[in-house]
Design a protein around this ligand. Sequence first.
Ligand code: PEP
Length: 258
Amino acid sequence: MSKQRAKLVVGNWKMHGRLAENAVLLQAVAQGAGELPAQVRVGVCVPSPYLAQSQSLLEGSRVAWGVQDVSAFTHGAYTGEVAAPMAVDFGATLAIVGHSERRAYHRESAELVAVKTQRVLEAGLTPIVCVGETLEEREAGSTEQVVGMQLDEVLAKLSEQEAARIVVAYEPVWAIGTGKSASSEQAQAVHAFLRARLAAKGAAVADVPLLYGGSVKPENAEELFRQPDIDGGLIGGASLKAQDFLVICKAATTSVAG
Ligand code: PEP
């Protein structure tokens, strides 16, 4: 029998949003999240310039906020970078690391993602470590090898206690922003693999939240969230529409209850 874990649904706004539209979105999400049961946690990862706005509109609400990347350094001559402690100054508690868009467009290696995870943990934030295979890798039958290597690189740099504080998001690259989600069976199979890998690191790590990301929508969220090893979602496009995002959060409620 599978274990009943709390659910976590996090929006990844990517490089979207402006002050006026953010205010409407954040207020709606804060209000809607207030009606969710305590076993469903909600967060949004916003572009860094909007951290202050997120803090002012979300403080005291049920919605956590955070960033989509951090520097591998804590401070210094790294023009354009944002350090994890800077996000903490604005009340952030979440930081995505290793998103496939950063791995692809910014050539972030598994090693760099692991170092960033360390910086995030040192700052006291929760890292959401993204792993996922490309379509070519899936078709070549190397999904487990790819996501296993991406996760192992991170786990190798962490103690068991540190590893117990991470969140992992399985985001197949071919499903991100394409409208083509993994089926619940495909996602569950990879999540079960990742769960076993986490458990091998230590008992405290076995239950870290495992989120699925990749074209989660109001129509498919419930089915995905019902899977025994899917503990919620990392939501891109649909997190920009309050109504869609809240329906997805509610879908997590159903799967916790049922
Ligand atoms: C993402 O970018 O993390 C993501 C899951 O995007 P989308 O939901 O738009 O596929």
